[in-house]
Design a binder for this molecule. Structure first.
Ligand code: GLA
Length: 461
């Protein structure tokens, strides 16, 4: 069944959930996998995701009273939530599903106020929610929820903006849940087209559509390791964002591009700026960083502070502060600026080459680039887990052209690019070698994906 049929079915159930009322708006937002370009988005380098045939759906009716009323079809797992639109919406407890709606609501309220609206006059929504994107699995279920909520609040209040502008806004909005993510997930779930992968560039957002070969597909297999955006994964993710930013600021200083003190974290240079503004090749910039750090792979607080001519306390306050105001705890192995930058610059080059391969139909080389990407994610970015390593190996041995983890990592799904006629072998291999020995079924753990369409929105008469 397609996304449009799914939302219509949900619309019919709205009246049962909210006694007698009718849904006015139906929204469907897909999850995604990322083919290549991991942890490059917040560094200003491209990514290459595609939407999948798994989604979050909302049936919505606007309310005059500024309240938000949420009901999930899986009510036991996701209990009802109610809150009011206001200028400062306090979050629920960490990990609560309602926070993804609050993230969007907070951002849309700010937008509306900026456009001269009175907060008290904003319309809330009653929403029936359902979804089938596996949660905490790196397939972007939380972003689909934030984006769906953003579409609902904007539509209920007649706030019109382009999908690209909404994608950028919702990427920022999602920082409400505490993860300092980039803009990939929001861009793909809003701008995807069936049958195509996207090459997405950032700052400013720019999307190119690349046809995905009809005789190939993606086999996705769950590592069974959960990677909650607001749980275990959050500090690890944010640490990498900060490590990259430190690398960018060190290099910018060395290259005379910007004083790191100027303008706060949002004005700080990103790794991609170093390439764009100096014309140097990524490999040259990595060499420069190696030289600057004497090859040191894990900087102590003292060493890192010294590189910026600061006392450790002052350095921590300036550079290790996260968006929620807390300080990044110093990791035992130090700040791994050099390995993180090695990954990001290498991955940026691989993503450009992969885009050329997909355009030119060289899928064998595309697969090799996926394999290299996984190796770099594991070695330099340290975001793989043994289960993901095992899955990618099994999938390659079973005839996939390439395999890698997808999304933030630390668990979640592995993906493989396979010719259509080899997909069955790949699925069988993981079933026999990975799931069966663990006593697990393949249903809900293994999927075959082809690029799906982006968000759909239907107003009901
Ligand atoms: C998460 C983030 C994205 C991106 C990926 C890693 O999905 O939400 O912005 O950084 O991790 O590539």
């Amino acid at each position: 069944m397609g996304l449009r049929e799914d939302i219509q079915n949900l619309g019919r159930r709205f009246a049962e959930a909210f006694t007698g009322r009718r849904a006015e708006l139906l929204i469907g937002v897909p999850g995604r996998i990322n083919l290549i370009g991991e942890h490059t988005d917040y560094n200003g380098f491209p990514v290459m995701p595609m939407a999948i045939e798994r989604s979050v759906r909302l049936a919505v009716a606007a309310r005059q009273d500024g309240r938000v009323e949420l009901r999930n079809v899986e009510r036991e797992r996701y209990p009802d939530r109610r809150f009011r639109l206001s200028e400062d919406i306090p979050p629920y407890a960490n990990g609560d599903w309602g926070n993804y709606f609050k993230a969007a609501a907070q951002s849309v309220v700010e937008l509306a106020v900026g456009w001269g609206r009175q907060v008290g006059a904003l319309r809330g929504v009653s929403c029936l929610v359902e979804g089938d994107i596996p949660p905490a699995a790196g397939l972007s279920s939380s972003t689909a929820l934030v984006v769906a909520a953003g579409l609902a609040f904007c539509a209920a209040n007649g706030l019109e903006m382009s999908r690209a502008a909404l994608a950028e806004r919702m990427a920022e909005a999602e920082h409400y849940v505490g993860t300092q993510g980039g803009g990939m997930d929001q861009a793909v779930c809003l701008l995807a087209h069936a049958g195509e992968a996207l090459k997405v560039d950032f700052f400013p957002l720019d999307v190119q559509r690349i046809p995905f070969p009809a005789d190939h597909c993606i086999v996705a297999a769950h590592s069974t390791v959960k990677a909650e955006k607001t749980g275990r994964r959050r500090p690890h993710y944010n640490r990498r964002v900060i490590e990259c930013s430190l690398g960018a600021q060190l290099l910018a200083r060395e290259l005379g591009l910007a004083a790191p003190e100027a303008g706060g974290p949002d004005a700080a240079p990103r790794l991609a700026d170093l390439v764009a503004r100096t014309g140097r090749a990524p490999a040259q910039i990595v060499e420069l960083l190696e030289h600057l750090l004497d090859g040191d792979e894990g900087l102590t607080l003292k060493r890192a502070a010294g590189l910026f001519d600061l006392e450790p306390g002052e350095f921590a306050r300036r550079f290790l502060r996260m968006k929620d105001g807390s300080l990044l705890p110093m990791p035992g192995h130090g700040l791994r600026v050099l390995p993180r930058c090695r990954h990001v610059f290498g991955e940026a080059e691989r993503t450009e080459r992969a885009a050329d391969c997909l355009r030119g139909g060289d899928l064998e080389e595309f697969g090799r680039l996926m394999n290299e990407s996984h190796r770099s994610c594991a070695q330099h970015y340290e975001i793989s887990v043994p289960e993901l390593d095992e899955l990618v190996l099994l999938m390659r041995q079973a005839g996939a052209l390439g395999a890698r983890l997808t999304g933030a990592g630390f668990g979640g799904f592995a993906i493989a690019l396979a010719q259509e006629q080899r997909a069955g072998d790949v699925t069988l291999a993981v079933q026999k070698e990975f799931y069966a020995p663990r006593g697990l079924p393949t249903a809900d753990n293994v999927f075959v994906f082809r690029p799906a369409e982006g968000a759909v929105l239907e107003e009901l008469p």
